[in-house]
Design a protein around this ligand. Structure first.
Ligand code: FAD
Ligand code: NAD
Length: 468
């Protein structure tokens, strides 16, 4: 039953994984709920131009590469030289996006969440304007997400399709001849992998001296070796300072990150993937006296309350990793807190996954961060010694367990394996339950599975793995 003073108990701004999950949970808890979303479809960045379309193309391009590089033939599956039908692959991507965004619309109807179609602007802390209409709510949740960080001197034009951001790179209608990826982070490596597998030459230009900032040092080193072996050219410790497009070709200006002589690099296409920034423009934060921090983020307390009474914030627009599952968990927690329950997110245990081949995943502290905190014991197990990975001919990668030297409590788990993204769930759950490495080592794991490598890495913390 809505508070008589307001149109809604809760109004959520943005229907990405943070916002739509918050809206559904709020409605499940009996609150009269609306969700404002300006896009044509629900699901935010993740479902429309992020997680889902990128995973569709990663899957399709993996199948193509398996046929082209002889993997299928090695297993006795003769298909001849494969033909790429890019339009069909893009069609599968669009179908997945349509099904999943439509699914959220169905869930909104099922849970009686009103979708207010349009972009919301604050008028005061309990009032927003959406598509010319004024709507009030007792509590308002900002879940406006993030968008691509621009790179000065390198103008993105997704319509022209030459210098593109992730949205443009997901929609290319032809395989680039030479794709230069600016930024060796998650997007650059995932989308770079897609187009490399489909036939593009790919050069990754990364400012830092290693790929994948934020991940464990061993993962970062191994990642560079794996991507080089796959044929990607890596220009580490290098920055792009400008780009000119002429006759359908791009000329980039590159400089060593540490300073030095400039050089040029020609490309047929360029992907700008140097990070994302919070969406707060046009939201009218001034009207409610809410300032952002230096990184443009909205700060909250542990319950996701902002400094303004009745206004909450979750997802990419607040500090923390920009990940869909982090946003979703915050969506559930904020709704529960608004309903008077206790919604908690353990930000120390948020897994992250890079969906390349093989996958790269981690949860908790890196070895570097754990060592800064105190003494650690580390156990490592190579995937080549795991029976299932060996049988499947997936030799690359390892699992690494980092435990507190004194208490044996697991502080972090990192892995590279074909199914690392699936394997990391077990590590996250173990850490959430406060497991020691011994707890994982003495848990019975099904054989033959890739997950046994985690058990062996945990055994290696005590120096006693069986299979190496
Ligand atoms: P968003 O998903 O960005 O949604 C915010 C929504 O708010 C948008 O739909 C926007 O239109 C709307 N909005 C903004 N302002 C207003 C307003 N004033 N009024 C109304 N509506 C508004 N994460 C993963 O965990 N796994 C992955 O595999 C993964 N892959 C990715 C691949 C790519 C190419 C990209 C770009 C991102 C990927 N991410 C991935 C990140 C993930 O998409 C984001 O972390 C996640 O979508 C954030 O959710 P959110 O709800 O905070 O915001
Ligand atoms: P990122 O932060 O992962 O990587 C950006 C990279 O660009 C960094 O390595 C940085 O050092 C580099 N860089 C910055 N400025 C540069 C410059 N001028 N020249 C060269 N390199 C430069 O950002 P992203 O890859 O754009 O992804 C954005 C967000 O989307 C990430 O926070 C990520 O969490 C999320 N995302 C997640 C997934 C996933 O979970 N699998 C997939 C895609 C995106």
């Amino acid at each position: 039953m809505a508070d008589q003073t307001y149109d809604y108990d809760v109004l959520i701004i943005g229907a990405g994984p943070g916002g739509y999950v918050a809206a559904i949970r709020a409605a499940q808890l009996g609150l009269k709920t609306a969700c404002a979303e300006g896009r044509e479809t629900l699901g935010g960045t993740c479902l429309n131009v992020g997680c889902i379309p990128s995973k569709a193309l990663l899957h399709g391009s993996e199948l193509f590469e398996e046929a082209r590089d002889g993997t299928l033939a090695k297993w006795g599956v003769g298909v001849g030289a494969p033909q790429l039908d890019l339009a069909a692959m893009q069609g599968q991507k669009l179908a997945a996006v349509k099904e999943l965004t439509g699914g959220i619309e169905f869930l909104f109807k099922k849970n009686k969440v009103d979708w207010l179609k349009g972009y919301a602007t604050f008028k005061d802390a309990h009032t927003v304007e959406v598509a010319g209409k004024t709507v009030t709510a007792k509590d308002i949740v900002i879940a406006t997400g993030s968008s691509v960080t621009p790179l000065p001197g390198v103008a993105v034009d997704n319509d022209a399709g030459i210098i593109v951001d992730s949205t443009g790179a997901l929609a290319l209608e032809q395989v680039p001849e030479h794709l230069v990826v600016i930024g060796g982070g998650v997007i650059g490596l995932e989308l770079g992998s897609v187009w490399r597998r489909l036939g593009a030459k790919v050069t990754v230009v990364e400012f830092l001296d290693q790929l994948l900032p934020g991940m464990d040092g061993d993962i970062r080193k191994e990642a560079a070796k794996i991507f080089k072996k796959q044929g990607m050219e890596l220009r580490l410790g290098t920055k792009v300072t400008g780009a000119t497009v002429d006759g359908g070709k791009v000329t980039l200006t590159l400089e060593p990150a540490a300073g030095g002589a400039a050089e040029t690099l020609e490309a047929s296409h360029v992907l700008v993937s140097i990070g994302r920034r919070p969406n707060t423009e046009g939201l009218g934060l001034d009207a409610i006296g809410l300032a952002t921090n230096q990184r443009g983020q909205i700060e909250t307390d542990h319950d996701f309350r902002t400094k303004v009474d009745g206004v909450w914030a979750i997802g990419d627009v607040i500090p923390g990793p920009m990940l869909a599952h982090k946003a979703e968990d915050e969506g559930i927690a904020v709704a529960e807190n608004i309903a008077g329950q206790t919604g908690i997110v353990n930000h120390a245990v948020i897994p992250s996954v890079v969906y390349t081949w093989p996958e790269m995943a981690g949860v908790g502290l890196t070895e570097e961060a754990a060592k800064e905190r105190g003494a650690v014991k580390v156990g490592k197990f190579p995937m080549i010694a795991n029976s299932r990975a060996k049988t499947n001919r997936e030799p690359d990668g390892f699992v690494k367990v980092i435990a507190d030297a004194e208490t044996d409590r697991v502080l972090g788990v990192w892995c590279i394996a074909s199914v690392a993204g699936t394997m990391i769930a077990q590590a996250a759950q173990a850490m959430e339950f406060g497991a020691t490495s011994e707890d994982i080592a003495y848990t019975c794991h099904a054989h033959p599975t890739h997950a046994e490598a985690l058990k062996e890495a945990a055994m290696a913390v005590q120096g006693k793995p069986i299979h190496i």
